[in-house]
Design a protein around this ligand. Structure first.
Ligand code: ZN
Ligand code: ZN
Length: 368
C-alpha cells in the first residue's frame, strides 16, 4: 500500500494548490499571540482562576465541537442530534477555527475514501508535518464533493455562510466578554481565546499525524491509522483511530467502556435526554471476526518458513476453530436477545472453549 509521490505529482500539486497565505500566517502567528498575550496580561494583573476555568471549559467545548460535531456527527453521521445540540456544536466547532463544518467534512470524507494515497488531503505518506499542519498551508482545489447531505442542512449552511463573524465572535470576543465579569477583556481574549486555540489546534492536528504513526493496528492492517490510548488522551478520544478507520460509522472510537473517549461519553450522555439519538454501533460479532482474522493472518505470516503444507494444515484448523467460535458467539448473542437463558449459558461456554482452543493452536506453531 506504499504510495510514492513522484516529482511530477508534487509539481502538479503545487500548481493546483497554491499557498494559502492568510491561513498560513494565521496558523504561524496565533500561537505567538496566545503565548505572548498571556504573558503580557500576567505582567499587569494576576490572571483570575475563573479565566483558567474558562480556558479549560473552552478547551473541551471547542475540541469536542470538532470531534463530537464536525467529525462524528457531520462527517460520519454516526448519530443524529436535535437542533439545539447541532447549533452548539457548530458554534463551538467554529471557535476551534478549523474552517466550516461543510469544508471540514468534505476534506475528512475524502481522507477516509482515499486514505494513504495522493488524493488523501492530509496523507501521512507525505510526511508527519504535512499531515499535521503542512496541508493547511495550501489552498483546496475542490468544491463540495460528496457533502450534498450537509449542503441541504440549514444550520450547516448558516454556519458556512457566516463563518468568519461566528468564529471570531465565539473564539475571541465571547471569552473576553465573559472574563470582563471578574477581570479584563484581554484575559479572556488571550488566555481562553488565542492560547486555548493554539492548544486545541495542535491536539486536533495530532489526529491526522500521530494517530497515523504510533500505536497498534488491531482492526485493520490495510491503512496507516493506529490505536493509541496516550494519543486518545490528547485528542478527546480520537486516538483509537485504527478502529475508527475500519468502522467509521460507529459513534465510538474507543470501544471498551474504560477506553478514554470523552466524545463517546458526551454523545451517550446526551442520548439519555433524547438530545442525541440513533447512535450507530458496529456489532460485537463483526469486531470479533475482524480481530481474530487479523491475529491469525499475522501469526501465519510470522511462521511462513514452516513450509507450505504445514502452513496449509495449520491455517485450515485455525479457520475452522475461528468459524465455530463466531457461530457460537452468534448463537449466544441471539439467545441473549430472546432472553433464552439456558441457550445463552451453553453457547457462551462453547464459544469460550472454542476461542481458547483457537488461541492455543495459534501459539503452537512448532506442533506442526
Ligand atoms: Zn485518519
Ligand atoms: Zn473519521
Amino acid at each position: 500500500m506504499e504510495q510514492e509521490f513522484s516529482m511530477t505529482t508534487q509539481a502538479e500539486f503545487k500548481v493546483k494548490n497554491p499557498i494559502d497565505w492568510v491561513t498560513t500566517i494565521f496558523l504561524l502567528t496565533s500561537p505567538l499571540v496566545g503565548i505572548f498575550g498571556t504573558l503580557y496580561v500576567a505582567l499587569y494583573e494576576t490572571i483570575h482562576l475563573g479565566t483558567w476555568a474558562l480556558f479549560l471549559f473552552y478547551f473541551f467545548a471547542t475540541g469536542m465541537g470538532i470531534t463530537v460535531g464536525y467529525h462524528r456527527l457531520f462527517s460520519h453521521k454516526a448519530y443524529e442530534a436535535k437542533s439545539p445540540i447541532k447549533l452548539l456544536l457548530l458554534l463551538f466547532g467554529a471557535a476551534a477555527f478549523q474552517s466550516t463544518a461543510l469544508e471540514w467534512s468534505e476534506d475528512h470524507r475524502i481522507h477516509h475514501k482515499f486514505v494513504d494515497t495522493d488524493k488523501d488531503p492530509y496523507s501521512i505518506k507525505k510526511g508527519f508535518w504535512y499531515a499535521h499542519i503542512g496541508w493547511l498551508f495550501r489552498k483546496r482545489n475542490y468544491v463540495q464533493q460528496g457533502v450534498q447531505d450537509l449542503a441541504s442542512d440549514p444550520l450547516v449552511l448558516w454556519q458556512h455562510k457566516h463563518f468568519y463573524s461566528i468564529s471570531i465572535f465565539m473564539c475571541f470576543i465571547l471569552p473576553g466578554l465573559i472574563t470582563m465579569l471578574w477581570g479584563s477583556f484581554l484575559e479572556g481574549f488571550f488566555v481562553a481565546g488565542f492560547l486555548r486555540l493554539f492548544v486545541v489546534h495542535q491536539f486536533t492536528f495530532f489526529i491526522n499525524s500521530a494517530c497515523h504513526v504510533w500505536g497498534e493496528r488491531t482492526f485493520s492492517k490495510e491503512q496507516t491509522a493506529r490505536d493509541n490510548w496516550v494519543i486518545a488522551f490528547f485528542t478527546f478520544g480520537e486516538g483509537f483511530h485504527n478502529f475508527h478507520h475500519e468502522f467509521q460509522m460507529d459513534y465510538r472510537n474507543g470501544i471498551r467502556w474504560y477506553d478514554y473517549d470523552p466524545s463517546k461519553w458526551m454523545i451517550k450522555f446526551l442520548s439519555f435526554f433524547g438530545l442525541t439519538y440513533n447512535l450507530k454501533k458496529v456489532s460485537e460479532e463483526k469486531i470479533l471476526q475482524k480481530t481474530m482474522f487479523i491475529k491469525e493472518k499475522e501469526t501465519l505470516h510470522q511462521f511462513a518458513n514452516l513450509g507450505e503444507e504445514k502452513l496449509k494444515t495449520w491455517s485450515e484448523q485455525l479457520a475452522h476453530l475461528r468459524e465455530t467460535a463466531i457461530a457460537e458467539f452468534q448463537k449466544w448473542s441471539k439467545a441473549k436477545q430472546t432472553a433464552n437463558e439456558k441457550e445463552a449459558v451453553v453457547s457462551k461456554e462453547k464459544f469460550e472453549t472454542t476461542k481458547e482452543n483457537w488461541e492455543k493452536l495459534l501459539s503452537q506453531p512448532l506442533f506442526f
